[in-house]
Design a protein around this ligand. Structure first.
Ligand SMILES: CC(C)(COP(=O)(O)OP(=O)(O)OC[C@H]1O[C@@H](n2cnc3c(N)ncnc32)[C@H](O)[C@@H]1OP(=O)(O)O)[C@@H](O)C(=O)NCCC(=O)NCCS
Length: 192
């Protein structure tokens, strides 16, 4: 329903899109393809040297989470079954987990990852952004992470990224930073 303020539209979108645990859904090829579509469309990297490079990239930021931590994966599903977005995460201390040894910033932020072990990656398809679904996915993850006793959660993003404001509204504060200029990345953290 259209509205002058847009508030009603946002409420309608949030009502229409359901959040499911990945483990409660049947991982059909079409569901997995929908997750991949959101992942690659939202990625900062759009061109890959080869199919193998593309597969490595997917494994790094998405695949390993679905395989190793499926209980911390959530899907936002639109009424027609379309994947509107997803969140994947982990509560392991990443600087100590061998499956994350290829991600250098976990070693750089090693001490912070002990204080805020849980971490997440969240992406929405373009039409579903700006309606609060990202925040809803984060709250689902944090509610489950809290049950494990983990003391905190973090995300790592670029200081210049638009999503920094989104994380601030979700209760994340800057706890560390490395790099300079366009290459600067920030460690944003929230106690659980
Ligand atoms: C970041 C994201 C998960 C937020 O979810 P959301 O439901 O759209 O967030 P909300 O409706 O609660 O808040 C809107 C905020 O989301 C962020 N956002 C919206 N569209 C965005 C986009 N195209 N790119 C980056 N961030 C975006 C902004 O911070 C926006 O606030 P602003 O309008 O004041 O700049 C979602 O917008 C998205 O998937 N963006 C693109 C991919 C991304 O940045 N993922 C996070 C990687 S660390």
């Amino acid at each position: 329903m259209a509205s002058a303020t847009g508030i009603c539209d946002t409420q309608t979108m949030r009502d229409k899109v359901d959040i499911h645990r990945f483990t409660e859904l049947t991982p059909t090829p079409s569901l997995l393809a929908g997750i991949d579509a959101v992942f690659f469309a939202a990625s900062n990297t759009q061109n890959f040297a080869s199919d193998a490079a593309r597969a490595v990239f997917r494994e790094r930021w998405l695949g390993r989470y679905l395989e190793h931590d499926p209980q911390f994966a959530y899907l936002a599903i639109a009424p027609g079954g379309e994947v509107a977005g997803y969140l994947v995460g982990s509560v392991s201390v990443p600087a100590r987990a061998s499956r994350f040894a290829d991600i250098g910033y976990f070693q750089t932020f090693r001490d912070l990852t002990t204080l805020y072990p849980a971490h997440l990656h969240v992406n929405l398809a373009g039409p579903y952004r700006g309606h609060g679904l990202g925040g809803a996915l984060i709250e689902r993850f944090i509610a489950d992470a809290r049950q494990t006793g983990t003391p905190g959660v973090h995300v790592v993003t670029s200081r210049a990224a638009r999503n920094v404001a989104f994380y601030a509204r979700a209760g994340f504060v800057e706890a560390g930073a490395i790099g300079e200029g366009a290459a600067e990345i920030v460690f944003l953290a929230r106690r659980i």
